[in-house]
Design a binder for this molecule. Structure first.
Ligand SMILES: Nc1ncnc2c1ncn2[C@@H]1O[C@H](COP(=O)(O)OP(=O)(O)O)[C@@H](O)[C@H]1O
Ligand SMILES: [Mg+2]
Length: 264
């Protein structure tokens, strides 16, 4: 057994178990039989060079793309994710690089976008229930441990990191088990990136699983419990972050071969 196989075989308590997932574009095998487990309360980083197949892989988990082969199990049940709505139904949310916020709307308007709460004025006229949406927004921010300076200001006036936090909060309004993020810190400055890392930490502490694609190994080492390395569509290895150093991860990314690690 390769270390990656041992790693997946050992995880019986996985929230999500992916086995043999493959995807080809024409003649190009972008993802080649990748297996990975993600547990509750765990942050897994997915790393690899451009073209390694990272985005294609998570698109299948997000329901954006249907796999050619392989299976996805969530809490022990085989699922077919034929759209983002399916994924959402199973508690999987994806933060896309375009955040999907409306600039002139404030925090609660963005969070409730498309699912606004209504009430009836004088028991007759349907009207937006701003008070409930505001209260639920504050509860949500409290629940995920997110502090924002002003929730009534248009998100246009916020920093990149704050906007991203709003986009994340928006995904977490409903019950979410796995949050997938494709390069969330790429467009952010150092301090802003750190805030997003803090938010990820607080989500993990609340039992969420997070799968994060990042090119920034410093971030990966700060936030990830395990690191999955891909190259040319193949999963090179999945390692415990504590069992490897920076150079070993770079070596796996470049060579496409596992390194000897100190872990089991
Ligand atoms: N929609 C697509 N059509 C054809 N080829 C694609 C498409 N999306 C990705 N690819 C190719 O699949 C491979 C993997 O890409 P991708 O999953 O985006 O990798 P990564 O996110 O690791 O950079 C690359 O060779 C890329 O050019
Ligand atoms: Mg990508």
């Amino acid at each position: 057994m390769t270390p990656a196989e041992m790693n997946t075989a050992a995880a019986t308590d996985a929230l999500m178990s992916v086995r043999g997932l493959s995807k080809s574009y024409g003649g190009l095998k972008a993802v080649n039989s990748v297996s990975l487990d993600i547990r509750r309360g765990e942050v897994v980083a997915l790393v690899g060079d451009n073209g390694a197949g990272k985005s294609s892989f998570i698109k299948m988990l997000a329901g954006v793309m249907v796999p050619d082969e392989g299976s996805i199990r969530i809490e022990g049940h085989d699922v077919r994710l034929s759209g983002p709505t399916d994924a959402r139904k199973h508690g999987i949310e994806t933060l896309h690089q375009h955040l999907g916020l409306i600039d002139v709307f404030n925090v609660q308007e963005n969070i409730f976008l498309g699912r606004e709460l209504q009430t009836r004025r004088f028991g007759i006229f349907p009207t937006l229930d701003r008070a409930s949406m505001r209260k639920q927004t504050l509860d949500l921010l409290e629940r995920i441990g997110l502090k924002l300076p002003a929730i009534d200001a248009p998100v246009r006036s916020m920093s990149g990191g704050q906007r991203q936090s709003v986009a994340i909060a928006r995904l977490l309004l409903e019950d979410v088990k796995l949050l997938i993020m494709d390069e969330p810190m790429a467009a952010l400055g150092v301090d802003e990136g750190r805030k997003v890392l803090e938010l990820i930490n607080s989500l993990r502490a609340k039992g969420l699983a997070v799968l994060i694609i990042s090119h920034n190994l410093e971030h990966v080492f700060t936030v990830a419990d395990r690191i999955a390395v891909m190259k040319n569509g193949n999963l090179v290895d999945v390692v415990e972050t504590a069992g490897v150093d920076h150079d070993q991860v770079v070596s796996m990314i470049v060579s496409g071969r596992p390194v000897n690690t100190t872990q089991h």
